[in-house]
Design a protein around this ligand. Structure first.
Ligand SMILES: [Zn+2]
Length: 198
């Protein structure tokens, strides 16, 4: 079976060489034109100029055609390569999970910001956090537990005073909203910090 991909590669190589030739010729012509109009050999317009301009036009035209052809070939090449890759993966008994392009692999940043380590335990947020345990000096993610604190008692007493005596005053002990949050070290089990609600 003739390898279509190799053909495309070869064709692309030829295109690139031809484009380079055209670019060189174009640059040379432009340089000559510059030299002639600004240099010491200043001349009035002659038949040469018309010829040169038409050649420049021709080069531009051909460059454009080559670019279009290149684009077309690249698209074709990408398609066959992708199909081949998928076939390879399937042959090896896998599920084809392919990146859309190389760019996707390079450009993808790690998701989310890097974890922040809070060294001042007094600033710990009311959620498990990265910190250094003051007792065992290890880097840990704190465990958090809720604990009935002064806030829950205060809310209980206040609701009893406004008449919620039939059990409603016990609600602050059932919900975490009014409880303190205690950070603990998962390694040495010591209490690191208490986030009080008030
Ligand atoms: Zn510890």
């Amino acid at each position: 079976m003739p390898n279509l991909e190799d053909n495309i590669e070869a064709e692309l190589g030829r295109l690139v060489v031809r484009q380079q030739q055209l670019r060189d010729r174009h640059n040379l012509l432009v340089m000559l034109e510059d030299f002639r109009s600004n240099g010491p050999l200043k001349r009035k317009g002659s038949g040469m100029d018309a010829n040169k301009n038409s050649e420049l036009e021709k080069i531009k035209q051909e460059m454009k055609e080559l670019e279009e052809k290149e684009e077309q070939l690249r698209r074709q090449g990408n398609k066959t390569r992708k199909e081949e890759d998928i076939q390879n993966v399937i042959n090896m008994g896998g599920v084809p999970v392919l990146p859309a392009s190389i760019d996707a692999i390079i450009a993808a940043p790690p998701p989310g910001p890097a974890p922040q380590i809070i060294l001042d335990v007094d600033n710990l947020p009311p959620a498990p956090s990265n910190t250094m345990c003051p007792s065992c000096h290890q880097y840990i993610i704190t465990e958090t537990v809720t604990r009935v604190g002064s806030t829950a008692w205060l809310v209980c007493i206040m609701s009893a005073m406004v008449g919620c005596v039939l059990g409603c005053c016990l609600l602050p002990f059932c919900t975490n909203c009014f409880k303190d949050i205690v950070h603990k070290c998962p390694k040495c089990r010591s209490q690191i910090h208490v986030c009080k609600k008030l």
